[in-house]
Write a protein that binds this ligand. Sequence first.
Ligand code: NAP
Ligand code: MG
Length: 492
Amino acid sequence: MTSLLPIPVTANLPYRQTNDVFIDGQWQAATGTGRTSVTNPATEEVWGSVPQASAADLDRAVGAARRAFSGWRDLTPTVRAGFLLRLADEVEKRAEAISHTNTWENGSPVAESSRAAGNAASIFRYFASLAGLLETPDVRPFPDGSGETVVRQDPIGVCALIAPWNFPINLVVAKLAPALMAGCTVVIKPASPTPLSVRLIIDAARAAGIPAGVVNLVTGPGSFGDALVRHPGIDKVAFTGSTPVGRTIAGACGQLLRPVTLELGGKSSALVLPDVDLDALSRVLIRSCMRNTGQTCYISTRILAPAERYDELVDMVTATIATAKQGDPMQPDTVFGPSATRAQEQTVRAYIRSGLAEGARATTGGDVASGFDQGFFVKPTVFADVTPGMRIAREEIFGPVLTILRYSSLDEGVALANNTSFGLGGTIFSEDPDLAFALAGRFDTGSVGLGFFASNHAAPFAGRHDSGLGAEFGPEGLKAYLAPQSVHRRIR
Ligand code: NAP
Ligand code: MG
């Protein structure tokens, strides 16, 4: 049994216990009475806490964002881009504290969390680079030549940004950067397990001189998120999280006719072709299929293997997963950490039991014992002999569990890839780039990676079906925060 040490007092964690929310440019005491505690999932040590804000705090945050809106909207896009560039620099200055806070709140290996600040900075810089798009006049003649229309783009207004716990920085910044570039103001609600690391983004925004009220942060449970979604002062909702909560939010926004962007769950497939280079696949396997201890929405956790190479592929996947180091997420060579919460650990174990009960074969892991005497660790597990009807083949597990299914023809492989209710990601592994590209077009998903997977800030990230509505990133991600206005005029 391995025991991990408590967090040292010298750790770089600027926020631990706090009663503050960020409203109108100031950290100020919340007036709610409840508190949410923050737990290190590697040791179960409770090391932080934040307030559960009251309805009055929510009103103040939305009110501050409303008051700040006209001033922020009326700056030119180039001036707003300047703020985003300064914000990117300020985020990078806080890289270590962001990484450590992130790892201690959700157990992401530090090899992962140490990239959060750089990635966030890169997202702010990308959206800053779109200022020109907002400044280029868009004039469209009437087809009959009788006049012309100037298509203006107004910022939508005050946006509610609601994030999950798996990537607590980047899934906020993916919304914050386009919202700010568009001229919107925001109220952010982080997930309850991860309310502290995002405070360093707020500090960076303050240091970058972003005006008071443009960015506000409040904390509270899911019911508080629901109140934020429905608040009369909110003009748009951007949400990343689970499909069930996404449906609830979509229902509320449908009633209110309130624009909403939803980035939800996934169950993506890796289609492995018979010509695959197994060594090359082995090198990207964990990044593409198991990133962040399996807690990444787009990873290809269903591996579709050609019957003629099934056993070879199972052996490679098993060996790659079994030899990757699981342990203290603060160690730079740790590949797998714990699950982020006790609830998630229990969900993953229930799926492992379900896979065994339905007759899948665990080639590594599959254990109840984690090998650790504390923490939310689940042994990384590979299931072979998985058939399409099994729950582990269809439902999002969100933990370190891979399933390997068998196909006999390419048509069957593509059909299996599309045989889920989700439509988020997917990967294709082949030595034939033209064939792989052609097959990508047959995947009914918003993104496909050929030989690897990474999201690109310049291209849309958009889930289909149960994976969401609308897109983040790219010019499409900026448009989600804009409302067009057509101004018709005669040509003199
Ligand atoms: P979650 O339970 O849906 O929660 C997401 C956020 O919504 C949290 O801030 C949560 O607050 C809040 N919330 C809960 N109930 C709410 C309600 N009724 N109204 C408004 N807000 C509410 O998801 P999670 O467990 O944090 O994250 C895991 C899920 O996120 C997975 O399904 C994963 O696939 C998905 N995800 C999707 C993407 C993507 O881009 N497609 C990326 C990453 C993760 P509390 O934490 O306080 O409950
Ligand atoms: Mg949740």
